[in-house]
Design a protein around this ligand. Structure first.
Ligand code: ZN
Length: 135
């Protein structure tokens, strides 16, 4: 079950250059900066109500974010839905015919298990599923 929009991911060339703009826009400060080595990205999170904005910067030319910036430039990169049970949701969506980039959940930023759907199967929208990790 999808619960809500957890965050929107925005690709930027440089978090250090763009963060002040988003802090001024949203009237709040970034609460976390975190690198996800497996994806070669650096992330910065800002909270607005129940949702978040995630800024994404490439840490390596092989990063999916580097490729995205090259093709499309800065802007909205993905939409992330919070799910109750990510593995159940992955199976449900596979059964519905969606193409998953990740066949099972993996570690993401901000204490989440994540999986991405391929934008080929979602009208060009990159969709992330995320589930809060329980400790
Ligand atoms: Zn995300």
């Amino acid at each position: 079950m999808l619960r809500k929009i957890e965050h929107l991911g925005i690709a930027v060339t440089s978090i250090s250059e763009s963060l002040h703009l988003f802090e001024a826009l949203l009237g709040t400060s970034c609460y976390k900066v975190e690198e996800v080595d497996s994806e070669h990205v650096k992330t910065a999170f800002l909270q607005i109500g129940e949702s978040k904005i995630e800024l994404l910067e490439a840490t390596d030319p092989s990063s999916p974010i580097a490729k995205y910036l090259e093709k499309k430039g800065q802007g909205i990169h993905h939409i992330a839905f919070e799910v109750e049970d990510i593995e159940a949701e992955i199976s449900r969506l596979k059964n519905e015919g969606f193409e998953l980039i990740h066949q099972s959940a993996k570690d993401g930023a901000d204490n989440k298990l994540i999986a991405f759907l391929h934008p080929r199967s979602t009208e060009g929208v990159l969709v992330e599923l995320c589930q809060e990790k329980t400790l």
